[in-house]
Design a binder for this molecule. Structure first.
Ligand code: FAD
Length: 694
C-alpha cells in the first residue's frame, strides 16, 4: 500500500486525553498504511490549514464551561473572523472528534464550535463528526470512530485523486450509522482475528481451545471480572492490535539515592494545614471536613469563586502491593532512567513528561502515575502477552475484544477497576514496569473551591470536602477516594471534632501536616463587579463552599462601605439531616442576622416530616426554587441578577437546570425551546454560572 499523508491536529486539555487519542490515531494510521503528523492547535507554525492539501483529523476537547481549551482560543478567533470569504477553507477535507462530558452543560461545545466555523468557511467533512462522552466512557465512541476512520480516509484519498474539487460531503453521515457499517467491514479487514485455538502463551507455546475450555468452561454460570460465560466464552474474538512498546526503563543502584522530593514547579507550593475540623456529626452519611491552609508565606492570591489544586500521592499500601505484584519490592529505592526504545514502531513516541528522570521507583509510583485509573482496552491487550495462565489470558483477551465490550463496560469501566485489581484477579500476569509507564496516565491534582475570603481570613484559605467512599465490590475491596482518603488520614493528628469553633486558634505550627497546592483561578465564577446586582446561589452539601467565600467577602465589603447599596443575596442550601450535616449552619445564620444574606432557604432530604406538617416539605434545592419561582424569575429576568450553581454535576446541576427552564417557561408563558433560548442567553451573559463536579 502506498503511504498517504494525514495531518492530525489536537486541541489539548490539561488531562491529556485528546493527546493520547491523537497519538493512538497516528499509531493506527501507520498500521493502515498512512503517515500522520500530530500538531497542537496552538502551534501555528506546525500546520497551515489555509493551504493544507492532506485530509485533517481534529481531536478537540472541551473545558468544564463548554469553551474550547486555551490552546484553541487563538485558532477559534482566527476562523471566527467575519472578514474571511465563505470559501476560505473550501479546499479542506477534515474529520473531527469532539471530547466532552454530558454531566456538564454545552456537551462537546469545543468541538462543535470549531466544526461549525470550519463548515462556514467551506471546509468539508470526509467522515462524520464523533462526540465522545467522558460521563459514560470516551472509548464507547472513540474506539468505533477510529475504526471507521480508515475506510473513510481511503475513500477521501480516492475521491481527492479523481477530483480535487469534488466535495466529499457524500462521505458524511450520521456517526452511528457510519460507525456501524464501517465497523462491520473493519472487523473483517483491519482487526486481528483471534481464534480460540490460536492463543499463544508468552513462551511461544500454543494453547489449544480444548485446554482453555477445560479451565474456564466449567467453573461458573455467572460472568465476573475473572470469568466469562457462553456465548462470549466460546466466541471467536476480534481484539485490538497489540500497542507497540516504546519505553525502556533502567533501574540503577540502590545506594546513595538522594531522596526524591516534589519539585516546586507548575505553580505548586507546599503549605501547612493550620486547621482541620470535621463539619458533620459522626453518624452523618458522609463526612465533610474543612481544612485551613496557611498560604501567608506564598503569593497565592485568590478571590472567592476560585479553586485550589491539591497534589495527593497514591496510597502507600497500594504502591507496596503493586511493587510486590511486579516483583520489584527490592528495587523500590532504585533510580529510574526512562529512555525511548530504539526502533520503536510507535508514532511520535515521547518519554512522558510527567515521569521525571532519576526519580526513585517508589517516588514515581507514588506521585507521578494515576495507578487507580481504569485500564483502557489497549492496556488489557498489552497485559495478555505478560500473562502465563491460559484461562487468564483468554479472559483478558475477551475483555478487550469487540465481542466482550459489554463485559469490559460492566466489570472494568463501570466497576472502576484499576491495574492493581487486574493483577489481583489475574495472578499469573506480571507486566514489565515499562508497560505501566506507557499506559498509566499522569496523576492529576484534585480541585477544591475556596470556602473563604482573604478579606476575612488574610493569609489563609479554607477548603471543604466530603470523604468519598467506594463500597466493596466483587472486583475490588472497599476504598476511599484517592485525594479525600489521603487528606483525612493526613490531617488525623490535628482533626478537631464537629462543633469546634472555626475561629479558635491552634498553638504552634511546627508539626503541622503539609500539602502541595496551587491556585486554580476561575475566569467567571466570581461575585458581580457591581455590588448592587442581586445574586442567587444554589449550593447543596459541599457545593456551599464558594458561597461561604462570597458571603464573607460581601460581609467585609458591607462593613467597609456602610452607606453603599448592595443587591440581595439568596442562598438555597440542602443536606440530608438538619442536625447531622447542615454545613456552616452558625456562620450562615450569622450572615442572615447581620443582613449579609437576605434569604437562607434550606431543605433536608432525609429528615422525617413533623407530625404537624400537612403539606409535603421540599426535599431538594430545586423544590425550593419552584416555591420561590416568582422571586427567581424577577431577579433573573427583570433585575438582571446572577444565578450561581455549585456542587454535584450528575444529578443536582441537571435538576436545577430543568427547574430553571420550567420556571422561565411558566413565568414568560414560553414553550421549552424558547425557555432554553432564554437560559442560553443567561449563560452567554455570564449571569447563569456553574461550578460543578462529578
Ligand atoms: P477519586 O479517587 O478521584 O474518585 C472520584 C471519582 O472516580 C468518583 O466520583 C467516581 O466517579 C470514580 N471512582 C473511582 N473509584 C471508584 C470506585 N471504586 N467505584 C465507583 N466510582 C469510582 N469536591 C469537594 O468535596 N469540595 C469542593 O469544594 C470541590 N470543588 C471542586 C472544584 C472544581 C473546579 C472541581 C473540578 C472539582 C471540585 N471538587 C470538589 C471535586 C474534587 O476535585 C474531587 O473530584 C473529589 O474530592 C474526589 O476526589 P478523590 O481523589 O477523593 O476521588
Amino acid at each position: 500500500m502506498t503511504e498517504e499523508a494525514v495531518c492530525v491536529v489536537i486541541c489539548k486539555s490539561k488531562r491529556g486525553q485528546a493527546q493520547s487519542i491523537a497519538e493512538e490515531i497516528c499509531q493506527q494510521a501507520a498500521e493502515h498504511g498512512f503517515t500522520a503528523d500530530i500538531s497542537c492547535l496552538s502551534k501555528h507554525d506546525k500546520y497551515n490549514l489555509d493551504s493544507e492539501s492532506r485530509p485533517v483529523v481534529f481531536v478537540v476537547s472541551t473545558t468544564g464551561d463548554g469553551d474550547p481549551p486555551d490552546t484553541a482560543l487563538k485558532f477559534v478567533r482566527k476562523i471566527k473572523n467575519k472578514s474571511l470569504p465563505h470559501d476560505h477553507l473550501s479546499h479542506l477535507r477534515y474529520a473531527l472528534l469532539g471530547l466532552g462530558d454530558t454531566n456538564y452543560a454545552n456537551f462537546c461545545n469545543g468541538g462543535k464550535t470549531i466544526d461549525s466555523y470550519l463548515q462556514k468557511l467551506g471546509a468539508k467533512h470526509f467522515y462524520a463528526t464523533g462526540h465522545a462522552d467522558d460521563g459514560t466512557g470516551l472509548e464507547v465512541v472513540v474506539d468505533p470512530w477510529i475504526e471507521g476512520l480508515w475506510d473513510a480516509l481511503k475513500k477521501a484519498f480516492s475521491t481527492m485523486s479523481t477530483s480535487d474539487q469534488q466535495t466529499l460531503s457524500d462521505c458524511t453521515q450520521d456517526s452511528n450509522h457510519q460507525n456501524a457499517s464501517d465497523q462491520k467491514k473493519n472487523l473483517e479487514v483491519d482487526l486481528q482475528l483471534l481464534k480460540l485455538s490460536e492463543v499463544d502463551s508468552p513462551k511461544g507455546k500454543t494453547v489449544t481451545s480444548d485446554s482453555i475450555a477445560t479451565e474456564i468452561g466449567s467453573t461458573s454460570s455467572v460472568a465476573s471480572l475473572k470469568e466469562s460465560v457462553p456465548p462470549l466464552s466460546e466466541s471467536v474474538l476480534n481484539v485490538p492490535a497489540l500497542p507497540p512498546s516504546y519505553l525502556e526503563i533502567l533501574l540503577v543502584g540502590t545506594e546513595n539515592v538522594e531522596e526524591t522530593v516534589l519539585p516546586d514547579k507548575d505553580g505548586y507550593f507546599e503549605v501547612p494545614i493550620s486547621k482541620a475540623v470535621q463539619l458533620t456529626q459522626d453518624d452523618a452519611v458522609k463526612t465533610a471536613i474543612l481544612l485551613e491552609l496557611d498560604i501567608s508565606q506564598q503569593e497565592q492570591v485568590y478571590q472567592p469563586g476560585d479553586a485550589f489544586d491539591i497534589l495527593c500521592p497514591n496510597r502507600d499500601s497500594e504502591v507496596e502491593e503493586l511493587l510486590l505484584k511486579l516483583d520489584l519490592q527490592m528495587q523500590k529505592n532504585c533510580t529510574v532512567q526512562v529512555n525511548l526504545l530504539k526502533n520503536t514502531s510507535k508514532k511520535a513516541a515521547k518519554v512522558p513528561l510527567h515521569i521525571p528522570q532519576n526519580g526513585s521507583l517508589q517516588f514515581i509510583l507514588t506521585w507521578c502515575l494515576e495507578i487507580r485509573s481504569t485500564p483502557k482496552k489497549a492496556f488489557l491487550r498489552a497485559l495478555v502477552d505478560f500473562t502465563q495462565n491460559a484461562s487468564e489470558k483468554r479472559r483478558l483477551l475477551e475483555l478487550c475484544s469487540k465481542q466482550g465490550s459489554a463485559d469490559y463496560n460492566s466489570f472494568v469501566r463501570d466497576s472502576s477497576v484499576c491495574v492493581l485489581d487486574l493483577l489481583r484477579a489475574f495472578p499469573s500476569c506480571c507486566p514489565p514496569l515499562s508497560l505501566l509507564f506507557e499506559h498509566l496516565p499522569k496523576l492529576q491534582p484534585r480541585a477544591y473551591s475556596a470556602a473563604s475570603s482573604s478579606l476575612q481570613h488574610p493569609g489563609k484559605v479554607h477548603l471543604v470536602f466530603n470523604v468519598v467512599e467506594f463500597p466493596a465490590r466483587p472486583e475490588h475491596p472497599a476504598r476511599k477516594g484517592l485525594c479525600t482518603g489521603w487528606l483525612v488520614d493526613h490531617v488525623s493528628s490535628i482533626l478537631e471534632p464537629h462543633g469546634t469553633a472555626l475561629a479558635s486558634e491552634r498553638p504552634g505550627t511546627s508539626a503541622l501536616p503539609k500539602v502541595h497546592v496551587r491556585a486554580r483561578p476561575s475566569s467567571t465564577f466570581h461575585l458581580p463587579s457591581d455590588p448592587c446586582v442581586p445574586v442567587v446561589m444554589v449550593g447543596p452539601g459541599t457545593g456551599v463552599a464558594p458561597f461561604i467565600g462570597f458571603l464573607q467577602q460581601r460581609e467585609k465589603e458591607r462593613e467597609a462601605n456602610q452607606e453603599a447599596t448592595f443587591g440581595e443575596m439568596w442562598l438555597f442550601f440542602g443536606c440530608r439531616h438538619k442536625d447531622k450535616d447542615f454545613l456552616f449552619r452558625e456562620e450562615l445564620e450569622k450572615f442572615v442576622h447581620n443582613g449579609t444574606l437576605s434569604h437562607l432557604i434550606v431543605c433536608f432530604s432525609r429528615d422525617e416530616p413533623d407530625a404537624a406538617e400537612t403539606v409535603n416539605r421540599p426535599t431538594y434545592v430545586q423544590h425550593n426554587l419552584i416555591l420561590h419561582a416568582k422571586n427567581l424569575a424577577k431577579i433573573l429576568l427583570e433585575d438582571k441578577g446572577c444565578l450561581y450553581v455549585c456542587g454535584d454535576a450528575k444529578n443536582m446541576a441537571k435538576d436545577v437546570n430543568d427547574t430553571l427552564l420550567e420556571i422561565i417557561g411558566n413565568e414568560l408563558q414560553l414553550d421549552k425551546l424558547d425557555a432554553m433560548k432564554i437560559v442560553a442567553g443567561l449563560r452567554e451573559d455570564k449571569r447563569y454560572l456553574q461550578d460543578i463536579w462529578s
